[in-house]
Design a protein around this ligand. Structure first.
Ligand code: SF4
Ligand code: SF4
Length: 135
């Protein structure tokens, strides 16, 4: 079983196509949608975790690329700037996935991109713009 957490950007002409349905039905993949921004006649964006047999997962990715869907690894989409972070902890209660956490002994905040679901909530919470989401 292989797993990928990726950001999918759909050309506007594809946003109304049942693409996730095809990934599930035709490629036998599990698709967990972590966040979505889809509007008719606009470019769409899904943050997903896709898992399944490695060969099928690769075939599913090829299917997406064939439709013109851009695929980016999730970790490249969120940037936490340690130099800007004052370790104020304002973002901690906001972060639903505990990607931002604090070492209580040292009162130092850290970011683990593996857990980040790119919800964007910390951007509003952070007074120092220490987190940036790259679209
Ligand atoms: S975008 Fe921010 S609040 Fe959302 S999961 Fe990632 S670190 Fe946490
Ligand atoms: S709110 Fe911003 S400055 Fe404060 S701990 Fe979180 S990332 Fe760092």
């Amino acid at each position: 079983m292989s797993k990928k957490r990726v950001v999918l950007t759909f050309p506007k002409e594809t946003v109304e196509q049942p693409i996730t349905y095809h990934l599930i039905k035709d490629y036998d993949l599990m698709v967990n949608i972590l966040s979505a921004k889809v509007n008719p006649n606009e470019e769409g964006r899904l943050v997903v975790e896709i898992s399944g047999q490695k060969q099928r997962l690769n075939s599913g990715m090829d299917y997406l690329k064939g439709l013109g869907v851009a695929i980016q690894p999730l970790a490249q989409d969120v940037r936490w700037d340690e130099q800007r972070c004052t370790h104020c902890t304002a973002c901690l209660p906001i972060c639903p996935s505990h990607a931002l956490s604090v070492n209580r002994a040292e009162m130092r905040v850290s970011f683990d991109s593996e857990y980040c679901i790119v919800c964007g909530l910390c951007l509003k919470a952070c007074p120092y713009q220490a987190v940036e989401i790259l679209f």
